[in-house]
Ligand binder design. Structure first.
Ligand code: ZN
Length: 263
């Protein structure tokens, strides 16, 4: 049984920290999605890089639907993702780690639903991230000595451009804490697919107008590497805790039934 699936940025290399790792091809409808399968502390998991095509794709060109569907079809019930984000507030500096609990969606021109035609459901997004998986992630972070903010509101934009100063000001006034390109689309599709979904976000730069640094400086690259290493540490702890608890870790949540088809 696959304990959990991971959708990671290209900064997280699956090789080197998974035992018995092997390249696999997952199916998602007519599409095939490359992934890595392996074990960690006795848990089986699948790592799918968001840019699984082998070369970086801009966020608006990613096949979000195929990635989530591939994990669901492989039997994954819990999805953990990493997010490298920009801060919208001076009080949230580079290096801050957050377990996201809310989002605001500003994406456009992107397929962010599985529903089409006359059969559809209205996914309940009151709590967009699985509360049970979030709680588990927070406990795992604490267990390995990582100080995380237990909540955070992610503003999702289409990209690939960064935001303007005015946009950063507006997003903060609306209640956003951090901004990024991809997380919300994954989150919505996971909810429609009935999967538990949680995100370990790390601030890798300050939003426009909050810093004099160039957005893509060496500082930015270093911060991404640091967050990727922290992410693999927290995944290892999560695998260790799942392994210790047995395969059926309790998850009291409504994720599996949150997007019922209208009849
Ligand atoms: Zn859940």
């Amino acid at each position: 049984m696959v304990e959990f699936g991971i959708i990671a940025s290209q900064d997280v290399e699956p090789s080197g920290w998974l035992a018995n790792s092997r390249e696999i091809m997952l199916s998602a409808g007519d599409a095939s999605v490359p992934a890595t399968m392996g074990t960690l502390h006795g848990c089986e998991l699948i790592v799918l890089q968001r840019n699984s095509s082998g070369r970086p794709l801009p966020p608006h060109a990613l096949d979000y639907r195929a990635n989530v569907e591939a994990l669901a079809q492989a039997g994954v019930r819990r999805v953990l993702t990493t997010a490298m984000v920009g801060s919208l507030r001076p009080s949230i500096p580079t290096g801050t780690m957050l377990i996201l609990d809310q989002f605001i969606d500003f994406t456009r021109d992107r397929q962010s639903t599985y529903f089409s035609g006359s059969e559809f459901g209205h996914a309940d997004m009151t709590e967009p991230y699985c509360p049970a998986l979030r709680g588990h992630l927070i406990r795992c972070a604490e267990a390995i000595g990582l100080t995380v903010a237990p909540s955070g509101c992610y503003v999702c934009v289409s990209g690939p451009r960064f935001e303007t100063r005015a946009e950063v000001r507006m997003f903060a006034q609306l209640g956003g804490d951090v901004v990024g390109f991809t997380n919300v689309t994954d989150c919505v599709l996971a909810r429609e697919a009935g999967l538990c979904f949680a995100t370990f976000a790390g601030v890798v730069n300050l939003g426009a107008g909050l810093s004099t640094h160039d957005m893509r400086s060496e500082h930015w690259r270093d911060a991404r590497k640091v967050h990727a290493a922290r992410f693999t540490d927290i995944v290892a702890e999560m695998a260790r805790s799942f392994g210790a608890a047995g395969t059926d870790t309790p998850a009291r949540c409504r994720c599996a039934t949150a997007a019922p088809i209208e009849t």
